[in-house]
Design a protein. Structure first.
Length: 536
């Protein structure tokens, strides 16, 4: 199949955080049985593919991103046979399946790491990871000044005196991607799942695999690579990692029409390097997610993403929420510039305008789904789910809470199980108690309630996805049009235009038939603030 006709170029991909989607056995944790039963819902919604967060065997110290065995399904979710049946069911329903690949680190419960710890300092088994002697008196200081993404240092010390690297939690030791065992192992893991019909991979921390072999200190440089286009960072976005991507691409090219999308949190000027024709098919563009509710910012992000991906033969990927960030229905209800990572703890909580956030989330859906390229929807986006930012600290599961010293609640608020019915105990998610508590308001957001309401957010998403299939070409043509400073306006082929009012005052729509709106448009053709419309 030619690159121009590949399914991923314009697909709408629905992200399933498996333990919070649907519970099929009543233990309060989502699983493959529950997911298989909900495939008709996803078909009716109108998506093209399902992306699953890690389903591998794991101690779940970081929601499955601490993988103990890449070839087995975690028993909480089911069995390998269940996974194969799910893939078959999805394909029969016309849905593709994308799964997470976690190559930056393993679980500390992985056989390789257990072997390395048991083998002792200097052993060959330790070369698959990053073990180093410490600095200072008796090696009591970490080998470098690198911080963990989750807080604290990125090094932990074993009883034998050596330190090991973990850019995330201590239960997630980083792999050494200069070691041949690691390279061969992951190529075999790719083939293991491709042979079982997996259509693609979302590659976790794709920008972090290769570390500076000299373990150079940051020495004042930012630990966040996405804030600048600097090169030579000691552990983010190193040029050597592109050779790894090329090897993986060669594996995928042995199969029909498979894909991989990089989670590469890098500066916009560096992102196109990841999607060159012999590397990743796509790379997540988080710039729209990170943008303020501001027409000028949205326009700049859109223009750059479309031009940059077209220059290397790829397509943009649009994301508004995922399992790592505050849900956008809440994020858009906060003033621009608020640090959403600390706001849940520090407040002031009266800054939140939940109704405004809900309106903007509906408008943002029409923006995202009108853009060229592919759109990634996080489960619950289509229900307008808000962040559960006030979870009690005793139920928090994310290691960020502990590693940040209680300054950030972490990501549990966007991972609360989604509601299917308005009924307790768990709003149809399970026959038992959900693994994270759901607020009473989730009943009003439930699938059952929204299916009965033609004005609901779910109804809006279903109409938008059906209309997208009819009116939007697979090409990447887009013109961001001039207009009032607070109005985002862009035109696609076939005379299709999206207009979003991101200001404080109503605006009068130009001529054209209203195809769909986030709000009902009256005879005066005025578009209220925080609303969007599709015209033709």
């Amino acid at each position: 199949m030619s690159a121009a006709s590949s399914w991923w170029r314009s697909a709408v991909v629905y992200q399933v955080y498996l333990r919070s989607f649907a519970d099929g056995n009543g233990d309060g944790v989502g699983d493959l049985t529950g997911l298989r039963a909900r495939i008709p819902y996803l078909v009716d919604l109108g998506v093209d593919a399902i992306w699953l967060n890690p389903w591998y065997r794991s101690p779940m110290r970081d929601g499955g991103y601490d993988v103990a065995d890449y070839r087995q399904i975690d028993p909480r979710f089911g069995t390998l046979a269940d996974a194969e049946s799910f893939v078959a069911d999805a394909h029969a329903a016309g849905l593709r399946v994308v799964v997470d690949l976690v190559p930056n680190h393993t679980s500390s419960d992985h056989d390789w790491f257990a072997e390395a710890v048991a083998a002792g300092p200097g052993a060959p088994a330790r070369e698959r990871y990053h073990f180093r002697a410490g600095r200072g008196v008796d090696g009591a200081e970490p080998p470098t000044d690198w911080p963990s993404v989750f807080g604290g240092p990125a090094w932990s010390r074993l009883a034998d005196g050596e330190w090991y690297l973990h850019l995330f939690d201590p239960s997630q030791p980083d792999l050494n991607w200069s070691h041949p065992d690691v390279i061969v192992e992951f190529e075999e893991i790719l083939r293991f799942w491709l042979d079982r019909g997996i259509d693609g991979f979302r590659v976790d921390v794709a920008h972090g695999l290769v570390k500076d072999p000299h373990y150079t200190d940051l020495a004042g440089r930012s630990p966040h690579v996405d804030v600048s286009a600097e090169t030579g960072h000691p552990y983010w976005d190193r040029d050597e990692l592109h050779d790894i991507a090329r090897r993986w691409r060669a594996v995928l090219d042995d199969y029909d029409d498979r894909m991989m999308v990089a989670e590469a949190s890098v500066h916009a000027t560096r992102r196109p390097l990841y999607v060159r024709p012999d590397e990743f098919h796509q790379a997540f563009d988080f710039d729209l997610l990170a943008a303020d509710w501001n027409a000028k910012q949205f326009a700049e992000v859109i223009r750059h993403a479309v031009a940059a991906t077209a220059a290397v033969g790829s397509t943009p990927t649009w994301v508004l929420s995922n399992h790592d960030v505050m849900r956008h229905a809440t994020r858009y209800g906060l003033p621009n510039g608020v640090d959403t990572r600390s706001w849940a703890v520090e407040g002031p909580h009266e800054l939140l305008d939940a109704a405004r956030g809900a309106r903007r989330a509906r408008a943002a859906a029409l923006i995202e789904l009108a853009l060229p390229g592919s759109a990634y929807l996080y489960q619950g986006d289509e229900l307008g789910l808000p962040e559960v930012w006030d979870l009690p600290v005793e139920v928090l599961d994310d290691p960020v809470w502990v590693r940040s010293g209680g300054k950030e609640k972490g990501r549990d608020g966007c991972r609360v199980p989604i509601p299917w019915t308005p009924d307790r105990p768990s709003f149809g998610f399970s026959t038992g108690t959900a693994w994270l508590p759901q607020p009473d308001a989730f009943g009003e957001h439930s699938v059952a309630r929204q299916l009965a309401d033609a004005t609901s957010t779910l109804a809006l998403y279903r109409r938008a996805l059906a209309t997208r299939r009819l009116l939007l070409d697979d090409d990447e043509q887009l013109e961001v049009m001039d207009g009032p400073a607070d109005v985002l306006r862009f035109r696609r082929s076939r005379g299709f235009t999206c207009i979003a009012n991101m200001g404080d005052d109503p605006v009068v729509l130009p001529p054209g038939d209203v195809v769909l709106g986030s709000v009902e448009i009256g005879d005066d053709r005025r578009l209220p603030p925080d609303e969007a419309v599709w015209l033709r």
